[in-house]
Design a protein around this ligand. Structure first.
Ligand code: BGC
Length: 793
């Protein structure tokens, strides 16, 4: 950032929208720069007839009240951050000396004064803000003064509440529509900015066809939103964002549209055909803007070659900037596997990378190595003769390279003669109840949607659990002492009484604990005097993901979807590093982030917190976020494990999903993040998965996460959990049921809602012969203590 920009930042301080929160200002300039750059790189340019970047002489008429009342982030735990400043679009443009139509600015300012945003209760937040009807008289005058109209359409959603298929949420309001009708009558240059954490309906673009000169999807860019947008609009920055989701022509085309938001049971009928996997396989013609798409002010050529060496493929991609301005390009590698006994998506993202900023005529070579086993599919039915295995079915595996799904070129084909099993697993977390799932049926040359029954559980969970109870804890010969205690970790665990173990496996009881900085989400670890006396320190948790949710000024980051749209993992990691340092400065040790759930449907209320419809992109983004944060020896806590894909009845809803879709889509992002970044902790989700609440899910947490993926960190519940009796074991309820699954900590620990502070389920179960074993409880204690050690050692 140049000195000039730093001065601008100070000038902008006059417009700062500082909330009345007492605390230190922790933001450092580096964080502001990173937030700005990530917000810029996350902005996706969807249309541009040459109107952008703006010219010095352009006079801009800014429409839409979000120019002032910008939506910087969504609502709820993931958005409630107190940034020291927030730059809206007006301030951002003014700082760049863009000529703005003063008459119109004044109109909006007056309207906003008379229609202030009302405070709202949790879950009642406004999804859009009132606009005034534009009149022809005003438009006539404004269009004589200004040659470019910039129209901002603002939307927000949040926790505990979906977007709705209603005007003002997924659809435009009547006023927005009639205003657009009028603006298109008066202006020839019209730039539309969508400021939303979610994808909204864009079918109305068809009504205006060539009348829209440019379209930008700016998401919610955090506290630097306005500066980032202004930099893109004036050309200080060249757009390089790419869609992390498919924009379909209409909502009904999304494959989950008939199975989303049900209060009790949500059947994931579309199976693995989520987002572009569905559209590319069955209906590419239903797409308005495809996954991976985004324009630049420059042009790039992409030339690739590939060589196959045994079981791996090496792809070299030469990217050259052949345009007139400097910019970055994203290279995306997909594979198209053969259809076999298992249906397959015709496109699957397998690698991506972003170039450095290339000046005109500059080029960069990117290299990708793929192991063919990464293209395997999970056979959850035995259709290939290899039940519960990852298999490569025989046939041709095409590797395609491009800069979005629209311009892919075939670079090589791997021809596999015989079926190959790449990993032998066993049935885990399958559907417990039958339902129909989608698969592609060949009809002539086409693949058509057909349905088949989802495979259901065959193995006996109870027996599996009994056979795998942990052995007695042994004291190793090593004399590594735990933190500053005089005991090894095993000795320390053996010294804990059942009551202390019970305390250690729950949070301290409430949010905003006096043991942590003001506004924290709760304390774990040394939650009681006796645990602290034994040398176990208290650990503070805070939300996430858009910043550190405390009563202190902290950076408000671009929302998860904006980060993913940057496709810039290195930059996300760099931001994570500064963010982790900010956590240290504020004395919090766990950030309840990143949000790793899949954008299964555009109405998902928390989509803004999550990255993408694609598990690979989500997994990579999550991994680099975690690597950055944890380089400071503070913990990330990817959430919500797993299938928190809707907000409707989120604590009770049962996500019914095939084992294959779980493994290939919903778990995959977590798997990548966990294997590559080793997050110290993980949060389960509120919902049920195939009939079992995530916080009681033995198959998911013990068998997949820990046994298969070798995860040795700490698993905590989402905040509060439901009372339940283990259907397989009479004397296991609530906390005992939870610990059998190795969900180590109930957060924030009780006190209210469902499982209460005085819940005695663990101790009662320990006292029964066929209850939870002391070794299972100690196993979780070890998970927790090791986790704390990573922070304090
Ligand atoms: C949310 C979590 C959040 C927690 C603590 C829950 O309601 O689902 O994402 O981290 O609250 O605020």
């Amino acid at each position: 950032m140049t000195d000039k920009k730093l001065i601008v930042e100070n000038e902008l301080a006059q417009h700062l929208n500082i909330r009345d929160v007492k605390g230190e200002k922790i933001i450092n300039t580096k964080m502001s720069q990173l937030c700005c750059q990530l917000a810029e790189e996350g902005i996706v340019l969807l249309e541009n007839n040459g109107v952008l970047p703006l010219q010095k002489e352009d006079n801009i008429a800014l429409f839409g009240r979000s120019q002032f009342d910008y939506f910087y982030v969504g609502y709820g735990s993931g958005g409630e951050v107190n940034p020291p400043y927030k730059i809206n679009l007006v301030d951002g443009l003014k700082a760049e000396n863009v000529m703005l139509n003063e008459l119109l600015l004044d109109k909006y300012q007056k309207f906003i004064e008379n229609h202030p945003i009302q405070d709202s209760l949790w879950g009642q937040w406004p999804r859009h803000l009132d606009e005034f009807e534009l009149e022809d008289g005003l438009l006539k005058t404004v269009s004589q003064q200004s040659n470019v109209a910039v129209v901002v359409i603002g939307r927000a959603a949040g926790e505990d509440r979906e977007n709705e298929l209603e005007p003002g949420s997924y659809y435009l309001t009547e006023t927005e529509r009639s205003n657009l009708d009028r603006i298109t009558n008066f202006f020839e240059n019209i730039i539309i900015i969508i400021n939303s954490g979610n994808i909204i309906d864009l079918s109305w673009l068809n009504n205006y066809k060539d009348k829209i000169s440019a379209l930008l999807l700016a998401w919610q860019g955090g506290m630097e939103s306005g500066r980032a947008l202004a930099n893109i609009l004036v050309g200080n920055a060249n757009p390089s964002g790419k869609l992390p989701d498919t924009i379909a022509q209409k909502y009904d085309y999304y494959p989950s549209s008939n199975n989303f938001g049900q209060p009790e049971i949500t059947e994931y009928v579309e199976d693995i055909y989520v987002g572009y996997r569905y559209f590319e396989t069955f209906h590419p013609e239903q797409v308005l803007y495809p996954f991976g798409y985004g324009l630049s002010y420059s042009q790039f050529t992409v030339n690739s070659n590939a060589s196959i060496q045994d079981d791996s493929i090496l792809i070299k991609v030469q990217v050259e900037n052949v345009g007139k301005v400097a910019g970055k390009e994203v290279v995306q590698v997909y594979y198209n596997p053969p259809q076999g006994k298992l249906g397959k998506s015709l496109r699957n993202l397998i690698r991506f990378d972003k170039t450095v900023e290339l000046k005109p005529k500059e080029s960069e070579e990117l290299e990708f190595r793929i192991n063919i086993s990464e293209m395997a599919s999970y056979d959850d039915s035995g259709a290939t003769g290899n039940p519960y295995c990852y298999v490569l079915e025989p046939g041709q595996y095409d590797i395609l390279v491009g800069t979005s799904l629209l311009d892919l070129k075939l670079v090589c084909t791997y021809d596999l003669k015989k079926i190959r099993v790449t990993e032998k697993l066993s049935q885990k977390a399958p559907a417990e109840y039958e339902f129909n799932r989608m698969f592609p049926k060949r009809v002539g040359n086409d693949l058509e949607v057909a349905f088949q029954k989802v495979p259901v559980r065959i193995e006996n969970l109870k027996e599996k659990i009994i056979q795998n109870l942990p052995p007695k804890i042994t004291i190793p010969n090593k004399d590594n002492l735990y933190l500053s205690t005089s005991k090894t970790i095993e000795e320390l665990i053996l010294s804990l009484t059942p009551t202390e173990l019970d305390s250690l496996t729950r949070g301290e009881g409430k949010m905003d604990s006096p043991l942590g900085p003001k506004g924290n989400a709760g304390i774990l670890g040394g939650t009681t005097d006796s645990l602290r006396e034994k040398g176990i320190p208290p650990i503070t948790t805070t939300d996430g993901p858009a910043g550190i949710r405390l009563n202190y000024y902290t950076a408000l980051l671009p929302c998860g979807t904006a980060l993913a749209s940057s496709w810039n993992t290195a930059l996300v990691e760099e931001m994570g590093k500064v963010f982790g340092a900010e956590m240290k400065a504020l004395k919090t040790q766990v950030i309840l982030a990143p949000g790793m759930n899949i954008h299964r449907n555009p109405l998902g209320g928390r989509n803004f917190e999550y990255f993408s419809e694609d598990p690979y992109l989500s997994g990579k983004m999550g991994a680099h976020y975690v690597l950055g944060v944890q380089s400071n020896k503070v913990a990330a806590c990817p959430k919500h494990f797993v299938c928190n894909n809707q907000e409707t009845n989120r604590n009770k809803n049962d996500s019914r999903v095939s084992e294959r879709a779980l493994r290939e889509i919903y778990l995959k992002g977590f798997e990548i993040c966990i294997k590559e970044a080793k997050p110290y902790s993980i949060m389960t989700s509120y919902n049920k998965i195939n009939g079992v609440w995530a916080h009681y899910h033995y198959d998911l947490v013990t068998d997949i996460l820990r046994n298969e993926w070798k995860y040795d960190g700490c698993v905590m519940t989402d905040w509060w959990m439901q009372l339940a009796q283990d259907p397989n074991f009479e004397h296991l309820t609530n906390n005992a049921y939870r610990l059998r699954a190795q969900v180590d900590i109930l957060m924030p620990g009780g006190l209210s809602f469902t499982v209460k502070e005085n819940d005695n389920s663990l101790i009662e179960s320990l006292e029964k012969d066929d209850g939870i074993t002391i070794e299972e409880v100690r196993r979780s204690a070890a998970n927790i203590l090791r986790f704390i050690e990573k922070i304090y050692a």
